[in-house]
Design a binder for this molecule. Structure first.
Ligand code: SAJ
Length: 431
């Protein structure tokens, strides 16, 4: 941590002492905001977490968490019982504010929906004072951090903002979260941070804040560059997963095992193909590339094509399953896993849900197995023939088994129990 402090300090014009942080408000207590609030609290700041969901606020104030994420529960419990972390539904005055709210896209045309970001921004207006710092951690399209500054000018007539002057009352920066669900706590502190200030001082102020919690390097740039960097990281992964998924569709057609082909190709010293799967889910990789497409629609053919390949993959898989079901008499189909990836409870944008929907829409009963939830998600609840089942029941009863998520429990299945059943292993774990 000392090194990170030094690096941050060396890139600033003013001595570090100029910025001191006793209080922090984190807006949005989801997969990123809650761990961020808890880590800063564990490093000694008095942290208020803000969420519009009163149920989440109550849970956190009891020292409990609403998210499955390794090590998060203990850190939150300790921070709350130590009096360093509390939650509320509205912000209070503080030295710094981190915004970590969702930035989804609109269903119809994949345009960024900045509604939550702007609502969070507006909620800060009554509590801001000269000298405060606002950091946007949410993944946003290029230009959104400046839009935050613009919005506040109208709401806070007595204060100056960084798009107006080099020496504003309020500093604003973008510092995108880059943590991998399932490894959030480690990655929050270890990963390097890209920090894009609307002015260089905004960046330095932000680096001083993150140096309190981050052991990785703080890399200073402009807000626009930081915005594009974050989007590029996820688009890069999406394009690479699309390559693996397209290859697996081709391999299926040619009667070749895609995972074996990928494994052997990866023996080449300069080849590292990712793993084919049922498609790409989650709140980031399936969303963020569209923000680039929206900013430059005429110049983003590859990024758009990757999105289409990955979005088509669950339908390719359900087509294969339905094809096999045609030749069977009223088969019972089990789908193993609803989460968007292994060993988490997050179902957002999950391709597994699309596969279950396709199979149910074709009139087949589906036993859905997801060890991390205890009720079907709204997309599947009430869908004719879909029920939540235990792994044991599904393995005992189903004629067709579709493995959608490489959860630990599914990897551990004794393959003798699959004998006589038709298997679609979309993660290549039972090969
Ligand atoms: N997937 C594959 N094959 C692979 C790798 C992933 O099919 O070889 C699928 C997964 O099953 C999942 C999806 O892709 O459905 C995305 O999973 P992921 O583990 O690649 O990434 P996320 O969405 O959980 O987290 C990503 C990370 N970004 C990058 O790795 C560039 C994380 O660092 C970001 O912080 C996060 O997005 C975010 O919040 O933006």
């Amino acid at each position: 941590m000392a090194m990170a402090r030094q690096r941050a300090a060396s890139s600033r014009r003013y001595p570090m002492a100029e910025y001191s942080f006793k209080t922090l408000v984190v807006i949005g207590l989801g997969y990123v905001g809650l761990p961020t609030a808890a880590i800063f609290a564990s490093r000694g700041l008095d942290v208020l977490g803000v969420d519009t969901n009163a149920g989440v606020v109550d849970m956190i104030n009891r020292g409990e968490v609403h998210i499955v994420e390794p090590d998060l529960g203990g850190i939150v419990r300790d921070a709350v019982s130590g009096g360093k972390l509390r939650a509320a539904t509205a912000p209070e005055p503080a030295d710094a504010f981190i915004i970590a709210v969702p930035t989804p896209f609109t269903d119809e045309d994949h345009k960024p929906d900045l509604g939550y970001l702007m609502a969070a921004t507006e909620s800060l207006a009554p509590v801001l004072k000269a000298g405060d710092l606002i950091v946007v951690e949410s993944t946003v399209p290029v230009g959104a951090t400046e839009a935050v500054s613009n919005r506040l000018v109208d709401l806070c007539p007595g204060l100056s903002f960084p798009h107006q002057t080099d020496a504003p009352d309020i500093h604003i920066a973008h510092s995108p979260e880059r943590v991998l669900p399932g490894r959030v706590i480690a990655e929050l502190t270890k990963n390097d941070r890209v920090i894009g200030g609307l002015t260089p001082e905004c960046g330095a102020h932000t680096a001083a804040l993150y140096a309190l919690a981050v052991d990785g390097e703080c890399l200073l740039t402009t807000a626009g560059t930081a915005e594009l960097v974050k989007l590029s990281e996820n688009a890069y992964r999406d394009v690479n997963i699309a390559f693996a998924n397209e290859l697996s569709v081709i391999a299926d057609k040619l009667g070749i095992d895609a995972w074996e082909a990928v494994r052997l190709a990866n023996h080449h010293p300069r080849v590292n193909i990712l793993q084919p799967g049922p498609g790409v889910g989650g709140h980031c990789i399936a969303v963020d590339p569209w923000f680039i497409v929206d900013s430059a629609p005429d110049d983003s053919d590859l990024i758009r094509a990757a999105r289409k390949v990955n979005d088509a993959k669950p339908h390719h898989l359900s087509g294969q399953v339905l094809n096999a079901a045609k030749d069977m008499n009223a088969p019972l189909i089990a789908c193993l896993g609803l989460a968007y990836k292994a060993d988490i409870d997050d179902l957002r944008q999950s391709p597994a849900i699309t596969v279950v929907q396709d199979i149910a829409d074709a009139g087949h009963p589906v036993l859905a197995v997801e060890p991390h939830i205890d009720a079907l998600p709204p997309e599947l609840d009430g869908l004719d023939g879909v029920s939540l089942a235990s792994l044991d029941d599904a393995l005992a009863q189903a004629d067709i088994i579709v493995l959608l998520v490489d959860h630990k429990d599914f990897k551990a299945v004794d393959q003798g129990r699959l004998a006589g059943k038709t298997i679609f292993d979309a993660r290549g774990i039972w090969r």
